[in-house]
Design a protein around this ligand. Structure first.
Ligand code: EPZ
Length: 418
């Protein structure tokens, strides 16, 4: 296995501005949804990151033709293979999102069961139950899910929890079902709204995305379209964390501040000084922040994807903070690494109790997952001395030009792959 590390020399003040990319967690779904179209789809400015490349490979393996044109991705969604193999699905759980579109449009799909994942047990039962409610037969065949339907039929689906992925899979499938579907207790994330807007441009009839009740009136066909995905709120939150940890002034551009409303409110409670404009957020220089309590919840609550980042911020804050992780059951792997750097964190079930310290120290540490990995690099920016983050590849699944963007704002950071 190759060595992939990021070296960070902490203590540098950051300055200037950083341009946020379009959202990974939107783009992956728009790509899956493009399978529903009869003709060409164009996705503007997708982040060229590992997970997007995997989705390109997956769609190609199904028969789609994909090319980069200018700063966009052209997808011609003809499909001649209905099987998403284990090799690809095991590398990225979002692969499960081709299930709904394939069954809805082609009447069949065979998708490998997604494997384990570092941030906890992640089930797909709600995706499958929902497809059954829409009239598909769903069977397991030696490690694969096989779903079939002549034509899906609209149905009333009440999700027991507002799963992002299940809402998306069912939303996509329902677009080509016969009659009306209602998804109750739907996820309300901005990425769901973006997906619904994209599908509506393709000719779908979706109402209520962004609320917990989504209504879909099925149509017979969907056409191609062109779409600029929303900016990445998690990347924006990552750079806000970087500014706060280093006590720097930084302008974060290409953001929809409303998507981060609750996060900004919590950071202000900790003493952050944030200036919100139409498409940007300016982080002002601050003295040491105060400890706060943060609990993750589905949108519009505090996003679980920013939990590791806020943990890094709170390690440096004065006093005690408590972070409660309500979405995933194993999303504190970064905490042990922060402790190696000198942080004082106790984990007690789904709670992390953080006693703020005035300093962290650069040491060798390991990225365990995407956001946890990013949180370590960000913590290292405020640490004394050199930090080496091993297994840095996790970070590049989701952050476009991460090192380049950090360097432009003055961070002393290098990636080494050998
Ligand atoms: C999406 O994952 C995101 N991934 C995750 O971001 C994000 O952390 C998560 O939503 C929550 O916001 C993508 O968009 C590609 P869920 P998803 O279905 O759709 C349970 C990142 O770092 N559940 O809302 O998989 C599940 O076990 C990634 O960018 C079931 O029980 O999230 C989990 O505890 C990591 N049964 C909870 O719901 C199901 O059928 C939330 O999962 C589905 C989910």
């Amino acid at each position: 296995m190759e060595k992939d590390i990021i070296r960070v020399v902490g203590g540098k003040e950051l300055k200037g501005s950083v341009e946020i990319s379009q959202a990974k967690n939107s783009v992956l779904k728009l790509m899956a949804a493009s399978l529903l179209a009869d003709d060409e789809v164009f996705i503007e400015k997708p982040p060229f990151i590992y997970d997007v490349n995997l989705m390109i490979e997956l769609l190609k393996s199904l028969g789609a033709t994909i090319s980069t044109e200018g700063n966009g991705l052209k997808i011609i969604p003809q499909v001649n293979n209905f099987e998403a193999d284990y090799e690809l699905v095991s590398k990225m759980r979002a692969s499960i999102l081709v299930l709904g579109p394939l069954v809805a449009k082609y009447g069949r799909a065979k998708v490998a069961l997604p494997g384990g994942c570092n941030i906890g047990h992640r089930k797909i039962d709600l995706h499958l139950e929902g497809l059954k409610a829409l009239g598909a037969s769903v069977d397991y065949e030696s490690g694969y899910i096989v779903a079939k339907a002549d034509r899906l039929k609209g149905s009333y689906i009440h999700l027991p929890i507002p799963s992002v992925g299940a809402t998306e899979n069912l939303l996509m499938a329902a677009c080509l079902a016969e009659g009306k579907t209602v998804i109750e207790n739907a996820a309300r994330e901005p990425e769901i709204v973006d997906l619904a807007n994209f599908l509506n441009k393709m000719g779908a009839r979706i109402n209520g995305a962004g609320s917990s009740r989504i209504e879909i009136e099925g149509v017979k066909k969907l056409k191609g379209t062109s779409h600029l995905p929303i900016p990445d709120r998690i990347e924006a939150g990552t750079f806000i964390a970087a500014a706060l940890i280093t006590g720097s002034e930084l302008l974060i551009k290409n953001v929809v501040p409303e998507h981060l409303a609750y996060v900004l409110k919590k950071l202000e409670e900790a003493g952050a000084r944030l200036e919100v404009e139409k498409n940007s957020i300016r982080v002002h220089r601050t003295e040491r922040l105060r400890g706060i309590d943060v609990a993750t919840f589905p949108y519009p609550g505090f996003p679980t994807d920013l939990q590791p980042l806020v943990m890094s911020v709170l390690c440096f804050a004065e006093g005690i903070s408590v972070i409660t992780e309500n979405i995933f059951d194993n999303r504190f792997l970064h905490a042990d690494e922060l402790v190696r750097m000198g942080a004082k964190i106790e984990i007690n079930g789904k709670h992390a109790i953080i006693h703020g310290v005035s300093k962290l120290y650069g040491v060798p540490i390991r990225a365990m997952d995407l956001r946890g990995g990013a949180s370590l690099v960000i913590a290292a920016l405020g640490a004394e001395g050199e930090t080496i983050v091993y297994d840095a590849y996790h970070i590049f699944r989701g952050y476009e030009n991460f090192i380049e963007k950090l360097k432009v704002i003055g961070a002393n950071v290098e990636r080494e792959v050998s």
